[in-house]
Design a protein around this ligand. Sequence first.
Ligand code: PA5
Length: 450
Amino acid sequence: MKLYSSSCGIELDFSNACAGRIGYAGGITEDDLNSVRQKAQAAHSAVEKVRAEGTLGFLKLPYTDPKLVQEIKHLAADIERNYSDFVVLGIGGSALGNIAVHSALNHPFYNNVPGESHPRLFVLDNVDPEYISAVMDMLPLEKTCFNVITKSGTTAETMSQFLLFRQLIIDRLGYDAFKKQVVATTDPSSGVLRKIANDEGLRTLPIPPDVGGRFSVLTAVGLLSAAVTGINISDLLEGARLMDEECRKPEMTENPAVMNAVVQYIMDTIKMRPMAVMMPYVQSLRDFADWFRQLLAESIGKKFDRDGNVVHVGTTPIKALGATDQHSQIQLYMEGPEDKFITFLGVKKYRTDLTIPAAYTEIEKLSFLANKTFSRLIHAEQQATSEALANNGRPNCTITLDEISAKSIGALLYLFEYQIAIAGELYNINAFDQPGVEEGKILTYQKMTC
Ligand code: PA5
């Protein structure tokens, strides 16, 4: 079964997840689909109801006020004019989307490309002192703009990064430089960072209160660093808008996000495959799989359902990269426990291509490569891997983008966000909280204060 959205240039192919192709143990039957059809319809209605009530912020992001988009672009242009380096201070949902979009759309060695006219980008996403020191080694402090991003304003990792760089700038360049060189992205009215920013007169951008961290890549959280590095953020939002049109469709077999959620749900709850592998065959989407890993894990991994029952649900996201991990993990996926559902991410047309030169053509084991393109090789490897898995009863699906562009990446981000909202309904859990990380935060606080 295939779904193609021509406006977004994205195709979803579920053939290798169907029982007719891979057998009944791992494959989905019409009966399986019918058994969740009603639930899926209810899930879609529930999400659309919340949309109508206007309380689920990420659904509004494709329609972000053009004035805010303009403001972000102006700020980005100002940063581009005045700074050589841009550092994102943030973690989790305040960092992973930035990294995913940057990796997908900019040069893989962006920071080292000679002649690159946009500021270099560093996203901290950790508090390892070795790593932070290494980033510090790279920065000409007076030419660096820092974007501290935290919705709550109290995340220890982010605020410790902020405190460090604040002091560094003040000590070396003075208080005025600190005010000039730091942009705070946070809740528009509440939280510690908002208060600091207001009191100290920092430039700020808002994170809508009704958008959770891991759903915030298409807010100022992800848009500023994207714009600073030269990505067309209007195209990102346009892609999300086009995908939103698809996601509004009530019939599950016409709606890519609902279909993806349903297939994943059946794999977990009926086919007993709770491991969700995302395996791009596009190097630039490797960090996209990282972003999705957080989105799926934090949203769906829950102890309680909405009725207060202990359910301990969730699929475990696994990140892999084709063709690299064919030589690392595919052995396990092919012959190991029958607990995985693999989503391949591919692209029809790579942004560049190379031809393998003809040499040693008398050697049969090499001659087949002669004059073939690398894109043909990686496409063949992707198809061969999905086929081989299917031949062995291992369910998988493939999402193919016509091309990697700001528009298609915006669409893909939105597809997965909507899918997770639907999954939350299917599991009857709250996909938008993360109570499981609280205890660790409290214990960290205790350990830091005793
Ligand atoms: O998805 C989430 O809500 C989290 O992963 C947060 O993004 C992360 O904990 C950082 O939170 P904050 O933006 O409040 O610093």
